[in-house]
Design a protein around this ligand. Sequence first.
Ligand code: MN
Length: 280
Amino acid sequence: MSQIEIKKIIKAINASDGAGVKLKRSIGTPEADYIDPFLMLDEFGSENKDDYIAGFPPHPHRGIETVTYMLNGEFEHQDSTGAKGIMAPGDVQWMKTGRGIIHSEMPAMSGGKLLGFQLWINMPAKLKKNKPEYIYIKSKELGVHSDKEKTVKVIAGSYADVEGPEKKHNVEPIYFHVILKEKKEFKYEVPSGHNSFIYILKGDLKIGNKNHEKASDSNLILLERGSKLQIKANKKTEFLFIAGKPIGEPIARGGPFVMNTKAEILEAIQDYNNGTFAKY
Ligand code: MN
């Protein structure tokens, strides 16, 4: 079993998307353009409602999956498959856009704190033209492992005695939200072909055996491939651990569309302009 060490620590950069929502982006940036199969990771969070209240009015997607995990506040969503609802803290929305979806994501509260994450997972060519699929996961449906040292909320993959609600997925994703007490350890066996990373919400960690620089809040810690992950909390620490099997296909990006070639991006734009985009 090979010990997993840190490959690179990346500080999330300030960005703005939708109708001017301020966010911190860590994947989908010059430093971490694509961590196959992960295309983007955004943290949207603020105590100032002007930073997010304009939300993400209707916009299209094709060729990707978006996984939204809310920790604070509420988000109202609506899409062209007819799915509609309000996300509450702890809830997850797993959307497989396939050939096309048009949706809106709007903060449903008038004030207060908002904190959430959106991860984009690439889809392989053979699934990019599928009919869209929308999965809503309530917080109580997550797998939760709790012991004296830690709490692990499982959105995908399995940890100890619990399993996440998202199963039988082509990239075999692992998505944990871990809360680790001071001086305690989190150990996990990662499939050796997976790419993986940690995103720090708050705290201070030691990963693997080698010394490394201190990673702080909103840092993405890209991990080497390997199987033995060992994390120690220098103080109480909260983080996301995310891993997936690489797809290994060329990608072409065009904003909300991610396909394999530039021609397919142009096709997506044409379908959207022609009004045939979200016809299934
Ligand atoms: Mn969207």
